[in-house]
Design a protein around this ligand. Structure first.
Ligand SMILES: *Cc1c(COP(=O)(O)O)cnc(C)c1O
Length: 377
């Protein structure tokens, strides 16, 4: 059958592929009668820590909570500064705002779109407490270089790994050069549950203890040691994730294979730049983002794809410091021009990217992008 529509997500296809495993886990939770802080969560936390190679894995309510709970557990708040970059999902900066700290933005690297480690040092003041690199689109940030700056200035490093699960650098693993790695398990991420969910991976016992308490009303077992919050990964979601985690490596490999097909099929296009994958790094292609060489043509490409039944999107068409209302009554700082981040916002188009894409769908996307590109002269 000729393809005329390509969606952006394959959630239901993925569910059908491993329905029995997921259903069995959900049913076992339902029959256990333990739905919050139960044995399925404990088992999944253990499985996740082992998979990730961290001492601790803490299930929390969502990826945003994972970041701000970590900031709070590090004692970061009012009067402190946290460095990140402005071409990321809103939540990275929101987490900084939630704890009352000031977001400080430096530009991204023009190729990887991750934070440019060379720009961090100039943004450090005596108020700086942490750096939050984002593994944007699934490309790991340059953690060894970031860690060097952090070490020189005594800063904490929190990896925003919402888009980068299963990724790695050529010489390092996630978590090796940071205090904590925060991920999101919302369905559109590479490893997603059927609702909201998040996790903090860390080797630090103090962070494990404090984040657990903060997310559970300040309580470790029964007594309340401090005021806290309610941010927990429930057992049904843990069961879904436990089943899915067994497939994450294969799914990532599939994403990479699709990226190579896009790369080959779109090679030679004159009006778009293809995503850069740092040699040797395991880019997990949470998103496959092309950029129109001329930012003024971005919306035209997006409309053309949509008119042809392809659900392309933009990640993210407005840099955080340009979002309406930001910084919500707080001060923030931009260090330098952030021109690469602005260019990215103006020219990005995300093509459909999920492991269950069919070969004919991939080809259809390639054909339509090429058709648009050829029409530009
Ligand atoms: C999705 C995402 C988050 C937030 O995760 P939620 O689970 O939606 O709260 C944070 N940072 C980045 C880069 C994300 O993509």
């Amino acid at each position: 059958m000729a393809v005329s529509q390509v969606g952006f997500y394959g959630h239901v296809r993925q569910y059908f592929n491993i329905k029995e495993e997921i259903d069995a886990n959900i049913e076992s939770v339902l029959l256990s009668g333990k739905y919050v802080r139960g044995p399925m969560l404990a088992a999944f936390e253990e499985q996740a820590a082992e998979y990730f190679g961290s001492k601790y894995a803490i299930g929390v309510g969502n990826g945003t909570d994972a970041i701000w709970l970590t900031l709070m557990a590090l004692g970061i708040g009012e009067g402190d500064e946290v460095i990140t970059h402005p071409n990321t999902f809103f939540a990275t900066a929101e987490a900084i705002w939630i704890v009352g700290a000031t977001a400080v933005f430096v530009d991204c690297d023009p190729k990887t779109k991750c934070i440019d480690p060379n720009l961090i040092e100039a943004a450090v003041t005596d108020k700086t407490k942490a750096i939050i690199p984002v593994h944007l689109y699934g490309q790991c940030a340059d953690m060894p270089a970031i860690a060097k700056v952090a070490e020189r200035h005594g800063l904490a490093v929190i990896e925003d790994n919402a888009q980068g699960i299963d990724g790695a650098g050529d010489t390092f693993k996630q978590g090796e050069f940071s205090d904590a790695v925060c991920t999101s398990y919302i369905i559109q991420k590479n490893l997603g549950c059927f609702g909201d969910g998040g996790m903090v991976f860390t080797d630090r016992e103090d962070l494990n203890e404090t984040i657990r308490k903060l997310g559970n009303h300040g309580s470790a077992a029964r007594d309340h040691h401090s005021p806290g919050f309610n941010s927990r990964l429930d057992d049904i979601q843990a069961g879904v994730l436990s089943a899915k985690m067994k497939h994450i490596t294969a799914w990532t490999d599939q994403r990479i294979a699709i990226a190579r097909l896009y790369d080959a099929g779109l090679a030679g296009c004159r009006h778009i730049d293809l995503p850069y994958a740092k040699p040797g790094y395991r880019h997990v292609y949470h998103l496959y983002v092309v950029e129109t060489k001329n930012p003024a043509k971005r919306d035209a490409l997006l409309s053309f794809l949509k008119e042809n039944g392809i659900d392309a999107k933009t990640h993210y068409s407005i840099a955080i410091h340009r979002q309406e209302g930001f910084p919500w009554g707080k001060s923030y700082r931009i260090v330098g021009e952030v021109a690469n981040a602005e260019k990215n916002a103006a020219s990005c188009v995300s093509l459909p990217m999920f492991p269950e894409l069919l070969p004919e769908e991939i080809q259809y996307v390639i054909d339509k992008v090429r058709e648009w590109d050829a029409a530009q002269g």
